[in-house]
Design a protein around this ligand. Structure first.
Ligand code: SAM
Ligand code: SF4
Length: 463
């Protein structure tokens, strides 16, 4: 595979320049187009125009349209997961990260099988069913990586504790190595390009394998060629101009769709947070405000309406709640961000964690809040992956409104299982009320029978 850089920086700069002064009529037409039931996404130029808008009233219309699309396509379900940090050992020197090799104060830790088992068990005992396993980069053996994943899948705890989908966030691999980790049954392969500006990329990745921009840029192509259907992308906001990077990400999505037939399954929206051992993380060169993040998320929802959008506990509880409405469809909860942290006596703020967590609430508190203030259904669903609805098959279905036929009922089924086995009394009561209310809206017989199965003790029921 040729590794030519397909991010056309000049084109992005020209588009941003062309729409420097907001064109109200052009934006009005774009927003009208977004409201069409068949809306499939935006072009680079349309996205550039929205990013360049400076009119406050138009901005409110962008937010409102994003909210409507989010509701229409995703209904009121939100997928929940937790990260599991397997290792903070790393050979790279990313200037923004606490795990960088030059951070000599960091206590390095790579979990052994027993520790992975213990961490996973703790997460299953909270009620988590989906994990994101996170690895620093070092010369690891693929057999070892596959074993760490298998170990986590193997954990069972009472009453219905188990992990049903494991996604991974790790450095780019060769196609052969992607094939090797695919055998461990991974879900989404996630890897953030961090920035699409080659100049900034070079500055913030001074050494180590990550310094190779193209090797990372083609990671998704290799993963897909190796048979991993679902891939997740992201920009690390704060490194470079956010408008440039958002368009770079969209260009990356389009190239993947062109070459591999399908774009990314998810996009994540990390912002640089303070990390001990990284001076720049305290003062990022292109720090973005809450409102800029809000705009990025709303505009991305319009640009790629069917792509899952993920927000982590890097953001505060209040902001996360709001951003769920503008487009986010998956969030992590109760996260701790260093190896062994779920079993640490107290959260170690300084010497081991990757960055500062701004939403430290428990899974139950996140769920209670989501249910009572937003009427959202927390979902632990893993049905699609296990029924083979992945990659282009998933996207094909997503575009025909199947989310409301599968994702919502499956979300309710997994939520009912959570309420039965893990919820606190107040969450149980609030959750039951929400489910009763949703059932009144009319559901089909198959769904009602499935819910009855969960309520009478059966686990892992999905359509
Ligand atoms: N080592 C692998 C890599 O870099 O791709 C995967 C693990 S790395 C811990 C996961 C992501 O954390 C990175 O891609 C980066 O976007 C993010 N990250 C690093 N430092 C951060 C910081 N200070 N604040 C927020 N996110 C950060
Ligand atoms: Fe290592 Fe990833 Fe952190 Fe860079 S971002 S130092 S590669 S863990």
């Amino acid at each position: 595979m040729s590794m030519q850089n397909f991010i056309d920086e000049e084109k992005i700069i020209n588009l941003l320049e062309k729409h420097k002064t907001s064109d109200k009529k052009f934006i009005t037409d774009i927003l009208a187009k977004c409201q069409d039931i068949n809306h499939q996404g935006l072009s680079l130029e349309e996205t550039a125009a929205l990013l360049q808008n400076t009119d406050p009233e138009t901005e409110q219309r962008i937010f409102k349209t994003a909210k409507e699309i989010k509701k229409r396509i995703y209904g009121n379900r939100i997928v929940l997961f937790a990260p599991l940090y397997v290792s903070n050992a790393c050979v790279n020197n990313c200037t923004y990260c606490g795990f960088r090799i030059d951070n000599k104060k960091l206590v390095r830790k790579t979990l052994n099988k027993e520790e992975i088992n213990k961490e996973t068990k703790t997460l299953t005992e909270m009620g988590h069913k989906r994990l994101l396993m996170v690895y620093g980069e070092f010369d690891y053996d693929m057999g070892w990586v596959a074993d760490t994943i298998q170990e986590a899948y193997g954990v069972k705890s009472e009453p219905s504790g188990e992990i049903r989908r494991i996604n991974v966030n790790m450095a780019p691999l060769s196609m052969e190595n992607f094939k090797a980790i695919k055998t461990a049954n991974i879900g989404t392969y996630q890897c953030f390009q961090e920035t699409y500006s080659t100049k900034t990329y070079k500055e913030v990745h001074p050494s180590g394998p990550k310094a190779d921009f193209s090797w990372r840029l083609y990671a998704m192509h290799r993963a897909m060629e190796a048979g991993i259907d679902d891939v997740g992308m992201g920009v690390l906001y704060g490194l470079s101009n956010y408008k440039f990077d958002t368009l770079g990400l969209l260009m990356h999505c389009q190239q993947l769709e062109k070459d591999m037939g399908v774009g990314p399954h998810t996009i994540s929206f990390p912002r640089i947070e303070e990390a001990m051992g990284s001076e720049m993380s305290y003062n990022p060169p292109h720090k973005i405000s809450d409102n800029e993040l809000r705009r990025i998320i709303a505009i991305s929802r319009l640009a790629v309406p069917y792509t899952g959008m993920i927000l982590s506990t890097r953001e505060s509880a209040e902001l996360r709640k709001e951003l769920l409405e503008y487009g986010i469809s998956q969030i992590s909860a109760a996260s701790r961000v260093y190896p062994g942290s779920y079993n640490a006596a107290k959260v170690n703020q300084n010497d081991t964690q990757q960055f500062t967590v701004h939403d430290p609430r428990s899974l139950d508190d996140v769920i209670y809040d989501m249910v009572t203030t937003l009427n959202y259904i927390p979902s632990f669903c893993t049905g699609c992956y296990r029924k083979g609805r992945t990659g282009d098959h998933f996207m094909g279905l997503a575009k025909t409104n199947f989310m409301s036929s599968f994702c919502t009922p499956n979300g309710i089924l997994t939520f009912a299982e959570y309420l039965r086995d893990y919820a606190s009394p107040k969450t149980k009561e609030a959750g039951k009320k929400l489910i009763d209310k949703l059932m009144k809206d009319g559901r089909n017989k198959l769904f009602e029978d499935s819910l009855c199965k969960v309520q009478t003790g059966e686990s892992d029921v999905y359509l």
